[in-house]
Design a protein around this ligand. Structure first.
Ligand SMILES: Nc1ncnc2c1ncn2[C@@H]1O[C@H](COP(=O)(O)OP(=O)(O)OP(=O)(O)O)[C@@H](O)[C@H]1O
Ligand SMILES: NCC(=O)N[C@@H]1O[C@H](COP(=O)([O-])[O-])[C@@H](O)[C@H]1O
Ligand SMILES: [Mg+2]
Length: 392
């Protein structure tokens, strides 16, 4: 291990988006040196890191070369799509992969994590079947019933995902999933559609001292992608206890140290496990204004083997996304002053400084804290709406 003089550890960050950017800031505050990697130059986390490397995280040779060159104390995945076999090889040879190579492999594949959760651990999930052809999808739909949700087993942020409400729409959903999947396995999961009352992310920290939880985060999704989140999500003590018990089982099974974003659907008192990220979660960006230690601080502490105390919630808070609506590499922002002056509560912004836009690309978030979560949501949405992307 080659931690340079004056630093506490060397971290190789695999993926350099908005979540990585905040993680770099948190880790650097604790003295770490961070090398940020992603497939394009000037990615958000690269702008605040000590060094950067540009290569596709799916390129096994480039990934192995970067790990060998930097000999990091910790390899910290930030995106889902990574040549995870390489991580497993390095882990076997002694490299510390966060939270573990197995966790990254399981969670990158919806079918693998579903088997762990539903079969091995017996957690309540939606009814599901896997399918690798149109005929198999049709058989799977017969099992789950309609409506159902069809997703490539390898995808994230809603890519390739559709909700099917009538039999005539099954073929289009299969074609859409195959066209938008990642990797070379044409395989989908067909899930029973859960008409949930609300859905939550339970940020769960696994550290040397054990497992701790942040107050639950409610969120609203469109096109499979998060639009706003708020904390704390109102839920019964029993439902929260059930979610915590399930989250603990999953993270203990996956092992390693770090923060996980565990997703649940809640209907009445029924809590249904959906999926999880073995890393900070996009809906958890609300913790940038709601907690004394953000999800990024908690991840950094757990990774570096430092104490993780109980989290202090400053008060009801919300986040709302700022999205682009077209492809561009010549654009700027305006309206930040107006946004930050939104009355009614504490307001903040994160502008990710991504070098290009595309339709629906997340370019920033507005954050708000207020007397209750409804008010915080209203203020965050108002502030986000005031930030304009000026395409030139
Ligand atoms: N079975 C289901 N029933 C009802 N809604 C669902 C179901 N599956 C997914 N959804 C909706 O779609 C959203 C995205 O689904 P999911 O989390 O599985 O996709 P993802 O691509 O992994 O997203 P991300 O990477 O952002 O977490 C969920 O948060 C939920 O709102
Ligand atoms: N749901 C996962 C998620 O939110 N991931 C975050 O988005 C970035 C990719 O953004 P991009 O597609 O705009 O480059 C990732 O690097 C990560 O920070
Ligand atoms: Mg999800």
């Amino acid at each position: 291990m080659t931690t340079p003089a004056g630093h506490t550890a060397t971290i190789l960050l695999l993926g350099s988006g908005e979540l990585g950017r905040e993680f770099v800031i948190s880790a650097k505050r604790l003295g770490a040196r961070v090398i940020a990697c992603d497939a394009y130059a000037n990615a958000p986390a690269m702008q605040v890191a000590d060094a950067c490397e540009v290569f596709s995280m799916l390129d096994g040779e480039a990934l192995a070369a970067a790990i060998r060159q930097h000999a990091p104390d910790f390899v910290v995945p930030e995106v889902e799509a990574i040549r995870t076999e390489v991580l497993a090889e390095f882990e076997a040879a002694g490299t510390n992969v966060v939270p573990s190579a197995r966790a990254t492999i399981m969670t990158m594949n919806r079918d693998r994590i579903r088997e762990v959760a539903a079969v091995e651990l017996g957690l309540r999930t939606s009814r599901y079947r896997y399918a690798e052809s149109l005929a198999e999808v049709e058989a799977a739909v017969a099992h789950t019933g309609l409506p159902c949700v069809i997703k490539p087993v390898m995808s994230s942020s809603g890519k390739g995902q559709s909700t099917v409400r009538e039999a005539g729409a099954v073929e289009a959903a299969w074609d859409y999933a195959v066209a938008n999947m990642r990797g070379d396995r044409a395989r989908v999961i067909v899930e029973e559609f859960i008409p949930f009352d609300y859905e939550i992310t339970l940020l769960t920290v696994r550290s040397r001292e054990g497992v701790t939880f942040c107050p639950p985060i409610g969120h609203r999704q469109e096109r499979g992608d998060y639009q706003e989140s708020w904390q704390p999500a109102a839920m019964s003590a029993q439902a929260l206890a059930d979610a915590q018990a399930m989250a603990r089982k999953v993270v203990d099974n996956l092992g390693g140290y770090g923060l996980f974003g565990v997703e649940f659907f809640v209907r009445g008192e029924d809590v249904i496990f959906s999926e999880l990220s073995p890393r900070p979660h996009d809906t958890g960006m609300v913790t940038l204004i709601s907690q004394n230690l953000t999800e990024f601080d908690l991840h950094a502490r757990a990774v570096l083997g430092l104490p993780v105390p109980a989290v202090e919630l400053y008060g009801p808070a919300a986040s709302a996304v700022i999205l682009a609506d077209r492809d561009s590499s010549a654009f700027g922002f305006s309206g930040q002053a107006d946004a930050l002056a939104t009355p009614g509560g504490a307001v903040d912004l994160r502008i990710f400084a991504k070098p290009t836009t595309r339709p629906y690309r997340r370019m920033g978030v507005a954050l708000a804290r207020a007397g209750d979560t409804d008010e915080a949501r209203r203020i965050a949405a108002e502030a986000a709406g005031k930030v304009r992307i000026d395409y030139r």
